[in-house]
Design a protein around this ligand. Structure first.
Ligand code: DC
Length: 221
């Protein structure tokens, strides 16, 4: 039996992977999971306990109640949650708990989907090493900071370009220096630097990679 298509998109904070993954999901009728939202969801549970020690059994219980809809909660994108997410994502136990969910959704997407596309930091290396297509999306720090700053401004969040840039720089450091599942491209990933592309041209590039890969794999799409 032919497998359902699995696509992995990894990259640093604000590289545009989420936007592109969403567009790919729409075009190829795939389930889209922004794995960062899972870390953010757990970060929110930790936040609610007023920064006490991480209570793993309690987190397990809240994970059982997780739905894709809950991951759309705007609070997950706020600054305190972002900070906690980047700290707790270092923990082996947290990564193990979330690996299960990511696997479940990637390998068994609901019937209406023809496969799955997951975006994050370790999708191509750890979560889906057997993904049919792996993309590693980067962009310079300045470009990513400017993109994120404009997004914040548009949604009425008060901040400065320098603050956004420093936050991203710090997250880059944490993501690339953690002992487990650190941010790096899989050996078989296609690297794309989107510093000089807008979303539309980055999508065209990625779409080309997908179309080319699909020709050579035994997966439905
Ligand atoms: O992609 P994001 O900015 O929403 O991710 C939030 C945090 O979650 C990020 O600082 C690192 C962590 N994360 C991770 O460790 N592994 C992933 N696959 C996705 C996110």
């Amino acid at each position: 039996m032919r497998e359902k298509l699995r696509i992995a998109i990894d990259g640093p904070a604000a590289s545009g992977k989420g936007t592109l993954a969403k567009q790919i999901a729409k075009k190829y009728k795939l389930l889209h999971l922004d794995s960062g939202k899972l870390y953010r969801y757990l970060a929110f549970q930790v936040y609610k306990t007023k920064h006490k020690k991480i209570n793993y059994p309690k987190l397990q219980i809240s994970l059982k109640k997780i739905t894709l809809k809950k991951l759309h909660n705007k609070i997950l994108t706020t600054e305190p949650i972002t900070k906690i997410a980047s700290v707790i994502s270092k923990q082996k136990k947290i990564r193990k708990m979330l690996k299960k969910i990511q696997h479940h959704l990637a390998y068994n997407p609901p019937k209406q989907f023809k496969g799955s596309v997951l975006d994050g930091r370790d999708i191509g290396t750890v979560i889906l090493p057997d993904a049919h297509v792996k993309i590693f999306l980067t962009a310079s720090l300045n470009v990513r900071a400017m993109r994120r700053y404009k997004q914040y401004k548009k949604s009425g969040i008060k901040t400065t370009y320098n603050k956004v840039k420093n936050d991203i720089k710090m997250r880059d450091y944490l993501d690339t220096h953690r002992k487990i599942s650190s941010l790096k491209p899989a050996k078989d990933a296609v690297l794309l630097d989107s510093s000089f592309y807008n979303t539309k041209s980055a999508f065209v590039k990625i779409d080309k990679v997908i179309k080319e890969r699909i020709k050579h794999i035994d997966a439905t799409y």
